[in-house]
Design a protein around this ligand. Sequence first.
Ligand code: SF4
Length: 293
Amino acid sequence: MPMKIQKTESNNQLVVERIHHAKSYRLIVDRKLCVGCELCSLICPRESITITRQPKKEGQKAQRPMIDVDEVKCQYCGICVTICPYGAVQVTIDGEDIASVVEKESFPQLIREITVDVTKCPTDCNDCEEACPLDLIKVTSNPETSKVTVNIREEQCPCCRICEVKCPEGAILVRRIFTGKLKINQEKCPSGCRDCLDVCPITGALYLSEEDSKVYVNELFCTYCGVCNIICPEEGALELSRSTIRHTPVRSGAWNKALEKLTSTVEMTKELRGKGRKRTMEAVRKRLEPRKK
Ligand code: SF4
């Protein structure tokens, strides 16, 4: 029996807690990092996360949707932690980060592949630092040794690739976590509406055309997080589909269910077929392996 269940909220943080005799569980959402996308709410097995659109005030920009976590339903499994591309959620037991769903391979971790060849970096360049829309990069250089260091807070990086594209020396390589398709049917957008643009966390992934004042997508930078999809007031104006997710190995039916909610059916079938093929190949390889004495 839990001794105490509680929720505390501030502008910067949302904390839900379950305090038992022997252990205390905590889920912390960093509201500064949370963009209000739908990913955690889509796959929470207890349906304890809700994302709510904020009322738009006359003459003001649209606000990002707000996350809420039901302190009674939450089981502190950490699945939301694994899927958040912005690193906004943390689950702890007695103050220690837990990743049991990842350790048991019942849920994967997102793969963020970012490489920087600092030997290509000029000592006076910090274009990537300036370009990062989430302020995750810090470039330092030592004038005496001419050595450049590029620190990237990878656990919070959704892999939008802006730094890669803006780097004049081709020193950065980023592989996306999610691939997919985002389409805006401009004929359905109410005149003057740019709500999706207001909430998109990645500068340049959506932009306003000077010609027709409509919002367009630059898929080069889109992370397919889906916050635009939540905020869009017009049914059918925005179509988002995720195709692939780069993740660590996983052995669970629960992940297949999650994939169903995160990606399109066609793409999920492809991933499941690919997994089946891999399993068959592994079984054949094992059968053909010479027996150890
Ligand atoms: S896609 Fe939706 S939010 Fe974006 S401009 Fe069109 S109607 Fe507005």
